[in-house]
Design a protein around this ligand. Structure first.
Ligand code: HAM
Length: 409
């Protein structure tokens, strides 16, 4: 039998409805903040992610679905959205014509991570990218927008952590201080962190194995005056509008971040970052554009849903149309279509089955009412309308059938 690939999922109703609900909720909030949807391709040149997400990141080193196509192009199925957004921004000349842009995207991302609860190989991200604004107001805006979505959707028990990773002036000094500190403990580091130590020492703080034991012991970041005042201002704007903590251990796993970074973490979800993001003030330039500041985030839809708990969506009441004889099929089918045209949820059409089979299906569909059509009904231009929970039934003339069904529902 055909089999699902490990780490991938089929999502049926009612679970799939949670995704639609979250997407609709996010779209409503995006619109309030003036963010417009950017629909991105799923496949990009592999090089895009190597250069932007970062060569030393787990995503690029181990998790990317990369392949060569028939034209010998090296491609990758997107592991994240930010590089594609920046590519689209540059390629479509926004830098010249309208440098300040607010984009959002909804789409599946792909990472060959070890599957476990809350960690999938294909997952949905809803993301936002605010390009062209270096002011702390942009940082506060995107963080509060994220909070608005998550809380409007109903996720509770999450905490917000923020930090500043500084800029090209202050980070190299911190990087060196970290290398000096961690080198003394090199032998105790896990295999991954021994490699990270030279290439990307900040990532050691984020390591699941080593990170926690360095909390409170590692040297802390000394921000340059500009970065410090930027970070102070971000915090001042957030105060009173959202509960947050400054966590000097928050470093993020992607290479392009500078200054503000943040995570929304849900304690009771095993993979605890439900959403995360930060500034990437050098990425646009590194990708060939003019120096352009930017900030954004992405939420993992599965994790936000898990943080809320799946709430069963109340089923819409439906009508099930049954035909008792071949000669009634066409009229029964036409009734189905007119009910639907009137906005009534209608099922039926299983006309190759006998009445018992059709009624059984109406039960499986949890229909509230059945409309039953036999040769007598057809001759009288009436349908039998049956309440499936009480068993009561009555004859209703075709002319008023739609109105009567509407009233009953
Ligand atoms: P990220 O931290 O790699 O950042 O992913 C963002 C969110 O996607 C995570 O917080 C998590 O909720 C979800 N996520 C990541 N991997 C998985 C997985 N394997 N299974 C389920 N959910 C997952 C980014 O992707 C950046 N592009 C965010 C950003 C936008 N930064 C600036 N702009």
């Amino acid at each position: 039998m055909a089999k699902l690939v490990r780490g991938f999922r089929d999502i049926f109703e009612p679970q799939s409805k949670n995704f639609t609900e979250l997407e609709n909720c996010a779209r409503g909030v995006f619109s309030l903040y003036g963010f417009g949807e950017l629909r991105l391709p799923t496949v990009e040149l592999k090089e895009l992610f190597v250069k932007s997400t970062g060569e030393t990141t787990d995503i690029v080193q181990k998790e990317m679905y990369a392949f060569e196509d028939a034209g010998h192009r090296q491609l990758a199925i997107r592991p994240e959205g930010t590089p594609g957004v920046v590519r689209a921004y540059l390629e479509n000349n926004f830098t010249q014509n309208a440098p300040v842009q607010k984009f959002y995207y909804v789409g599946n991302m792909f990472r060959a991570e070890r599957p476990q609860a809350g960690r999938y190989r294909e997952f949905e991200q809803i993301g936002a990218e605010y390009i062209g604004n270096s002011a702390p107001a942009a940082d506060a805006e995107v963080i509060l927008m994220l909070k608005d979505i998550v809380s409007k959707f109903g996720a509770k028990n999450y905490c917000v952590k923020i930090n500043s990773l500084g800029c090209d002036k202050c980070r190299p000094l911190y990087r060196q201080a970290l290398i000096d500190f961690l080198s003394k403990e090199k032998d105790t580091l896990c295999e991954n962190c021994q490699t990270r130590l030279e290439k990307n020492p900040l990532r050691v703080l984020d390591c699941k194995i080593d990170g926690a034991r360095f909390a409170g012991r590692v040297p802390t970041m000394q921000l340059c005056p500009e970065c410090q005042s930027h970070f102070d201002e971000v915090q001042a704007l957030l105060k009173g509008k959202i509960d947050f903590v400054v966590d000097p251990m928050l470093v993020r796993g992607l290479d392009y971040y500078s200054r503000t970074v943040f995570e929304f973490q849900a304690g009771d979800v095993s993979q605890n970052a439900i959403a995360a993001g930060g500034r990437y003030d050098t990425l646009v330039k590194n990708m060939g554009g003019p120096a352009t500041p930017a900030i954004g985030w992405a939420m993992g839809a599965e994790r936000v849903i898990a943080a809320r708990g799946e709430t069963p969506v109340a089923p819409v009441k439906s009508v099930y149309v049954v035909s008792m004889d071949k000669s009634c099929n066409e009229t029964a089918f036409n009734i189905m279509q007119s009910l639907r045209a009137a906005g009534i949820r209608t099922e039926g059409g299983l006309f190759d089955k006998n009445v018992k089979g059709q009624m059984k299906q109406s039960d499986r569909c949890h229909a509230a009412y059945a409309i039953i059509l036999g040769t007598d009904e057809l001759a009288q231009k009436q349908a039998t309308f049956k309440n499936l929970s009480t068993g009561e039934q009555q004859k209703i003339s075709f002319d008023v059938l739609t109105d009567e069904v509407k009233k009953a529902l």
